[in-house]
Design a protein around this ligand. Structure first.
Ligand code: ZN
Length: 304
């Protein structure tokens, strides 16, 4: 085991005690889960359509704090067919109250990934904790000029006039979400590659529109050599397995989001494929098991 802080490119990497990356392979596809950090957010946003006592009981059972929930923020780097694809980008510096997050740029460097090597970016949606990392100066200026940024056409359209009427977020957040999505569109308009239903970004790497969480929310499905992994973005939160019908305060269309969640979880329980979710605890490499009308989250075994 190597104990120095040198990245595998030979350049010295940032000195972090915890590297916060997890590597796996899906057939011929290389996958790296990178943690952007943790968003400390009110636990109440996890369940906006049930009694507080039900949420308290769920948190109690898992030894989790009742007030502030530690939302992991996972990002993927995927390599397939000569392309290097960043999937989502963390929160960057979009919101001042998340001191434990916004680490993507430093952790890409620690993983030996030069931002100039990224050929594509895929965005599950345009909330600030998914696009904010792309707005950080140190990263933006190092991306290549022919970068392709894939996002659903419905998502770009949604943010021209976003509907927050069904959301239930902490008050200061919606204006920052609007502002960050606007900044992102201004900064990346010329790199955007919009798709309607789905798009194959690289061999076995398909981004597919689901809607629900936002109008253009999408998931990314990896398939190679009989192996599969789905990056579910914000379609499945940590409560989504055993409480799939609970509405999340950040869902713009909570009823549709619950339908998307149940459909995805049912399908994934059938295939036995891997699931990585943005806001699950790092590294969020799990499988889904059906358990009556609900689901169980089964952590995958470490294979390196
Ligand atoms: Zn999110």
């Amino acid at each position: 085991m190597c104990l120095d802080h040198t990245s595998h490119t030979g350049r010295p990497g940032p000195d972090e005690l915890v590297p916060s990356r997890y590597a796996l392979r899906v057939g011929e596809i290389d996958v790296l889960v990178i943690s952007d950090g943790v968003l400390a957010l009110s636990a109440a946003t996890l369940a906006t359509n049930v009694e507080p006592a039900a949420l308290k009981a769920w948190l109690d059972d898992l030894f989790l704090p009742l007030e502030t929930f530690p939302w992991g923020t996972n990002v993927l780097v995927v390599r397939s067919g000569g392309r290097t694809i960043l999937i989502d980008s963390g929160v960057g510096a979009a919101y001042p109250d998340f001191p434990q997050a916004g680490r993507l740029a430093v952790r890409l460097e620690a993983a030996g990934i030069d931002p100039a090597s990224l050929t594509d970016v895929v965005l599950t949606h345009m909330h600030m904790d998914h696009v904010g990392g792309l707005l950080v100066d140190g990263l933006r200026s190092r991306l290549r000029p022919d970068l392709r940024v894939h996002v659903a056409a419905a998502e770009a359209e949604f943010w021209a006039s976003p509907d927050f009427s069904h959301t239930d977020m902490p008050k200061p957040i919606p204006p920052v979400l609007r502002k960050t999505a606007g900044r992102f569109m201004d900064a990346y308009r010329s790199e955007l590659r919009l798709f309607d239903k789905e798009y194959e970004v690289a061999p076995g790497v398909v981004v597919r529109h689901t809607g629900g969480h936002t109008a253009g929310h999408s998931v990314v499905r990896l398939a190679s050599g009989g192996h599969r992994l789905t990056f579910v973005g914000d379609a499945v939160f940590p409560v989504g397995f055993d409480r799939p019908e609970w509405h999340n305060g950040f869902d713009h269309y909570p009823e549709a989001a619950a339908e998307v969640r149940v459909r995805l979880l049912r399908e994934m329980a059938g295939t036995g494929e891997l699931l990585v979710g943005t806001h699950m605890s790092f590294p969020s490499v799990v499988r889904v098991a059906a358990d009556g009308d609900v689901f169980r989250c089964v952590p995958a075994y470490w294979e390196y």
